[in-house]
Design a protein around this ligand. Structure first.
Ligand SMILES: [Zn+2]
Length: 433
């Protein structure tokens, strides 16, 4: 008989519908009474709630929705503002400990401390672009970032510097054993102090990386080198162009290839700012995450001397051009992703991202553009947008709760109430107030 055969299927079907209609949200967490920016809308959604389950977003719901979910654990955000967790598309971890580089920095403990610091400042993900120790790979592969309160970590591993196309293929092949998320190269003669990687060599690195399905980020200084990288299908320009204004040809190349740029304006600042005591050494938001001992070292005249000289002058003078080029690319519709180059000595994790966003605002970007750069664009540009970057169903519940509206002024991102990674509230320290 046919009917009994089909009966179990019908029952299953009915049970499924019954369970849906009587669904309780027992195991869900709902963050209520918030004004939420989802990462892609042009406006914020007032009077909203964020429903999450097992660390991921289920939906954003109007507080007056007649079908407002019942039974979920409720966290009342008391009319605060919610934005997606910030993403630094170009940072570094495990590179320095204080002002020291070398093996002292190459520990799991140090990497985790740095990820915790990023997280406390609302930077819930970092893509570390170059020269991470093995410890950083160990952290990436063996950490539950949400429960430990650490920024999610992606990285490139050692910066490759082959000198022939053959070496390039081998270097990429070796690197692949560490399963990097990106490959990083440097196309730069260090203001004439070293050999610059030739186009035929970086073309080979890019091709080899792509053959393994891994994108490539390039450190550049000059417009010519930036064009070369885009011409040979590189995937990210990791710094601003700093030798001359970007031209129409470059803008068109960037648009055609859909390549992003991380301006790293704070990187330029960091090479000269410590020649004197910087004003931000008195900023409570900075001090909340800074080690007083490092600040003392950085105000030692002998150390201050290191931040003078040819390179310091070059990049100090290049900074206005770097900003103007960022704006030219941004205005042309090229995606600028938040990137700071924080992580080497005296480039402070967490605080430098907020400094970078302040500089972006001063250069002419408005708060929603900067927020997009620090969330959705950073995720898209770094191929992370399946999981993070916006507050859409299915993505991680990584978000920052703010006491003031960041659409009014990007500086309001400093007024942090709480940071959540995978729905978990992390240890709260950094706040301007
Ligand atoms: Zn870098």
């Amino acid at each position: 008989m046919k009917i009994p055969k089909i009966l179990p299927a019908i029952i299953t079907f009915l049970l499924f519908f019954l369970s849906c209609s009587s669904k309780t949200f027992d195991d869900h967490i709902i963050f209520t009474n918030a004004t939420i920016w989802d990462g892609y809308s042009l406006t914020m959604q007032p009077n909203s709630a964020l429903l999450t389950y097992e660390g991921r977003i289920i939906d954003i719901i109007d507080m007056n929705d007649p079908d407002f979910p019942e039974g979920a654990i409720t966290v009342d955000l008391e009319n605060r503002f919610v934005v997606p967790g910030l993403i630094n598309a170009h940072g570094h971890v495990g590179m320095a400990k204080g002002l020291q580089t070398g093996t002292a920095a190459h520990t799991v403990e140090n990497v985790k401390e740095q990820l915790a610091l990023y997280a406390r400042y609302g930077i819930t993900t970092v893509v570390s672009l170059g020269d991470e120790p093995q410890a950083a790979f160990d952290v990436r592969d063996n950490t539950d970032f949400a429960s430990e309160g650490l920024a999610r970590l992606f990285m490139s591993g050692p910066v490759l510097s082959p000198s022939t196309p053959e070496e390039a293929v081998n270097a990429v092949g070796n690197l692949m054993q560490q399963h990097p998320d990106w490959v990083k190269i440097r196309v730069d003669d260090g203001l004439g102090t070293r050999e610059k990687m030739l186009p035929e060599v970086y073309a080979a690195v890019i091709e080899a990386s792509h053959s393994h399905g891994v994108p490539l980020a390039a450190h550049i200084v000059t417009l010519e080198d930036a064009k070369g990288i885009v011409e040979f299908n590189g995937d990210l320009i990791a710094h601003s162009v700093r030798d001359m204004p970007v031209d129409r040809e470059f803008i068109d190349m960037m648009l055609d290839s859909d390549v992003c740029i991380t301006p790293t304006l704070t990187r330029e600042v960091s090479v000269y700012i410590y020649s004197e005591r910087p004003a931000f050494f008195d900023d409570p938001f900075f001090l909340s995450g800074a080690d007083p001992e490092i600040l003392e070292q950085l105000t030692d005249p002998e150390i201050q001397q290191r931040y003078t000289g040819r390179a310091a002058n070059y990049f100090r003078e290049a900074l206005p051009l770097a900003k103007a080029n960022m704006m030219a690319l941004h205005n042309a519709g090229i995606r600028v992703a938040l990137g700071t180059d924080s992580g080497p000595p005296a480039r402070f994790h967490g605080y430098f991202e907020h400094l970078e966003m302040e500089m972006m605002q001063n250069a002419g970007m408005n708060p929603i553009e900067i927020l997009t750069s620090a969330t959705r664009y950073a995720a898209e540009c770094m191929n992370l947008d399946d999981d993070i970057g916006t507050l859409e169903p299915g993505k991680w519940a990584d978000f920052v709760v703010l006491n003031e509206n960041p659409f009014d002024d990007i500086q309001n991102l400093r007024n942090i109430h709480r940071v959540y990674i995978g729905g978990n509230a992390i240890q709260q320290v950094a706040s301007q107030y």
